[in-house]
Design a protein around this ligand. Sequence first.
Ligand code: XMP
Length: 317
Amino acid sequence: DWTPAHFISETVSNLKQQIGDKKVIMALSGGVDSTVAAVLISKAVGKNLFGIFVDNGVLRKDEFAQVIETYKVLDLNVKGVDAREHFYTKLAGKTDPEEKRKIIGNTFIEVFDQEAHKLTDISFLGQGTIYPDVIESVSVHGPSQTIKSHHNVGGLPDTMKLDLVEPLRFLFKDEVRRVGVELGIPHDLLFRHPFPGPGLAIRILGEVTEEKVTLLQNADAIYINGLKQHGLYDKVWQAGTILLPVKSVGVMGDERTYEFTVALRAVTSVDGMTADWAHLPYEFLAHISNEIINNVKGINRVVYDISSKPPATIEWE
Ligand code: XMP
């Protein structure tokens, strides 16, 4: 019978066999899969696992610091790399969604490659690949794949010829979470909503700037914390805010304002392939709208996205 405890002991002993006293490098994203995979590898090889966690400038508010802290608690050997400026420079002036995705994917590989070359004698590349990723990469030629290219962290840089270590290759998401619970990984990390690799860059329609990222991070934090405080976070599959490239007129006190609009998105779904807009309570939406407009300077209007997938997508880009 499959149990998380059994899976862990068997996997760790296999990893010890496979890796021996060699070194493993791995990109971590703060997500469920890469974290669970890293903890398993770390159990097998300890400090011979070299994790790299990159701040690409489009993470959620305070996410970089919080995730680094969690890795410390889990005793993972992880280096945090602040590459925000590098990403902002590459993204400057770019407005096309697919181009933004490619830039983020390529810049990530550049940064990771640079870090990898600072280390010597690396033999393996660790990855948090799970079973659905394996299936998806086999069917990349299907028409739906050309709609959006998905760039997750962990692409193998061409220049590096490393053997792969993928301890979660045969697991589904719910099994990965059960293993994570057994490994003592914090609940918040294991049960957080999916977050796209290109992060807030595809939730800022049009050009990404540092100012817009800060604006959206602040609005997003109010929304996500609000969902948690009102017991709604676990009832939706995914939620986030989108910064629209429009300014509109408002009034604040005696003054006329001319500022940005954010859209709130929340969906229910099983796997992200189809999704319904979440029927969040009006009182909650009213509260969040007030909180955002009163606390985030630069935003004077909040709208709620009531589109389902299909024909809309979950993300706006
Ligand atoms: P859509 O917008 O296609 O999103 O309905 C479905 C799910 O995929 C996520 N998503 C991405 N994840 N890189 C990722 O790692 C991407 O480029 C990307 N685009 C969308 C989205 O957040 C949702 O969970």
